[in-house]
Design a protein around this ligand. Structure first.
Ligand code: PNS
Length: 162
C-alpha cells in the first residue's frame, strides 16, 4: 500500500526551509501532500491559489509531491487522504512547545496518524515566512531564503502595497 504523508502549513510564502523539509520527506514516503491550511490568517500576503502555484513551481523537480489545500481540522483531512503521517519541521527549541502541543492534540483526536518531525538543514534553522516578509517589506534582500519565483512575487507585492 502507498505510504502517504501530509506536510501541512500556511506556506505564506514557501521558503527554502520548507523546501528542504519537503525534499527530506519525499525520500521517506511514496507520496507527500503539501497541504495549505485555509482560513488561518485573515491577512495573508498570498491567496491560497497563489500559494499553491508557488509550491507547485518550487517542487516541480520532485516526482512524488502533490499540492493541495484543506478546510477545517488537519486530522480529518489526513483521514480523508489515508495518510499515515503528518510532517512538521522543527527548527529550534522555540518551536518545540507549540509543535509538541499540536502533535499530542492531533494524536488525541486521531491516534492512527503519527506526527514526524524533520530538522531542516542548519543554515535554514532561522528562516520563517513571517521574518522573510518583514525583511522584504523593509527593503532587504531575501534571495537566499526563498526560491527565485517566490522572491519576485514577494517583492512585486510589496512594490504594489507600498
Ligand atoms: O505553517 P504553520 O502556520 O505553522 O502551520 C500550522 C498548521 C496549518 C499546521 C496548523 O495551524 C493546523 O493544523 N491547522 C489546521 C486546523 C487544525 O487542525 N487545528 C488543530 C491543530 S491541533
Amino acid at each position: 500500500m502507498k505510504r502517504v504523508a501530509i506536510y501541512p502549513g500556511s506556506f505564506d510564502p514557501i521558503t527554502n526551509g520548507h523546501l528542504d523539509v519537503i525534499e527530506r520527506a519525499s525520500r521517506l514516503f511514496d507520496e507527500v501532500i503539501v497541504a495549505i491550511a485555509q482560513n488561518l490568517d485573515k491577512h495573508p500576503l498570498f491567496t491560497i491559489p497563489e500559494r499553491r502555484l508557488q509550491v507547485e513551481k518550487a517542487t516541480s523537480h520532485l516526482k512524488n509531491i502533490v499540492v493541495d489545500d484543506f478546510p477545517g481540522l488537519l486530522v480529518n483531512y489526513a483521514l480523508e487522504k489515508k495518510a499515515c503521517a503528518l510532517i512538521r519541521g522543527l527548527r529550534a527549541v522555540s518551536d518545540f512547545e507549540f509543535e509538541f502541543q499540536m502533535a499530542l492534540m492531533n494524536r488525541q483526536m486521531c491516534p492512527e496518524v503519527e506526527t514526524l518531525f524533520l530538522m531542516p538543514k542548519d543554515t535554514y534553522s532561522y528562516l520563517s515566512s513571517r521574518i522573510i516578509k518583514e525583511i522584504a517589506r523593509l527593503g532587504g534582500d531575501i534571495s537566499a531564503f526563498v526560491p527565485e519565483h517566490v522572491r519576485r512575487e514577494v517583492m512585486a507585492r510589496h512594490a504594489v502595497n507600498s
